[in-house]
Design a binder for this molecule. Structure first.
Ligand code: AKB
Length: 320
């Protein structure tokens, strides 16, 4: 790959992935694709930034031609919470955006397309513990429905057109650079910000809610390791399970109290409780481990220490 376009570069994963890829491939070779939002200074100062939308074919093609793009990463998505409020928008962005990008990739003979998936492909009838790589995919959210279809579509382009399409089923991603937006697992980021700012947090899922989670450094590692893996060694394509850790909200509160003993938490579950309840507790990622050497580094306490330090510094500077 010479020139990579990251669609959705201003988002939680896209913003950090763009910078990590620029460190590897060089700033000029990784183009940040942002929607109409103002990109951060970090994105604009380290390489090219272009306004693109997964749904706008002409703008995408112009950028592909301008920078001789040979790989696309599609990080643009409507997540589970927002999806339930606006199912048609989720379908439009997640399905039409994806097929638009796959078709452009096919037309321009891209070397690789990365299409992220999610634990949202699973549903209430999927085994909840150590959820297998290959299992029942009957999600009950529109986001999950689009992610299942997206995985199938990615695999279809591999088989039908001989393309290199890859993807991971991300668990909840926890980070301190860019806030997530519209997801069910957003509580696992908000809890740290509120712990630093107010020493208390009201959580929208209950204390026993357990979900698979991953810290951003591991998420970047997983994504880049899969991108760089030998295609011939991949037994799966658009749907690798990747695990790192799993814990309840009560476990998170306990971990935070090791640093902020006065931290208080209370619970006011809303519609996202049902979404969280339909997802697994933990996933079996042995296929990712065997096929491309996946191995996470962070556990809950290591992540908590890092998150509180980073957010504490932002708070001290008056940035949050
Ligand atoms: C969400 O909560 O919707 C996302 C996800 C797990 O894909 N973070």
């Amino acid at each position: 790959m010479k020139n990579i376009l990251v669609v959705g570069s201003a988002g939680q994963i896209g913003s950090e992935l763009t910078l990590a890829l620029r460190d590897i491939y060089g700033g000029d070779h990784v183009i940040a694709g942002v929607r109409k939002t103002k990109p951060s200074e970090k994105l604009t100062s380290t390489g090219p930034c272009e306004v693109v939308d997964a749904l706008e074919t002409d703008a995408l093609i112009n950028v592909v031609k301008k920078y001789k793009i040979d790989a696309i990463i599609n990080m643009a998505a409507i997540l589970s919470g927002t999806g339930e409020k606006n199912p048609m928008l989720a379908w439009d962005v997640n399905m039409n955006g994806l097929i638009n990008i796959l078709e452009i990739a096919r037309e321009f003979n891209m070397k690789q397309v990365l299409v992220p998936s999610s634990i949202a492909v699973f549903g209430p009838t999927t085994p909840v513990d150590n959820t297998p790589q290959e299992t029942i995919l009957k999600p009950t959210t529109i986001y999950g429905v689009t992610k299942v279809a997206g995985e199938l579509l990615g695999d279809y382009y591999v088989k039908r057109y001989g393309m290199d399409v890859r993807g991971l089923r991300y668990p909840g991603i926890i980070s301190h650079e860019t806030l997530p937006g519209g997801g069910t697992t957003d509580y696992a980021v908000a809890i740290y910000y509120e712990a630093v700012k107010n020493k208390k947090y009201t959580c929208f899922v209950n204390e026993n809610t357990r979900l698979p989670m991953m810290y951003m450094p591991d998420c970047l590692k997983a994504t880049i390791d899969l991108m760089q893996a030998d295609f011939d060694k991949l037994n799966f394509h658009s749907d690798y399970n990747v695990g790192a850790m799993d814990f309840t909200v009560a476990d998170m509160a306990e971990s935070i109290r090791k640093h902020i003993p006065e931290f208080e938490i209370n619970y006011e579950p809303d519609f996202r409780q049902a979404i969280a309840d339909s997802w697994p507790n933990s996933v079996d990622d042995s296929a990712a481990r065997e096929d491309w050497g996946w191995k996470p580094e962070f556990d809950l306490d290591a992540m908590t220490a890092d998150m509180l330090k980073a957010i504490g510094e932002k708070h001290a500077k008056g940035l949050i």
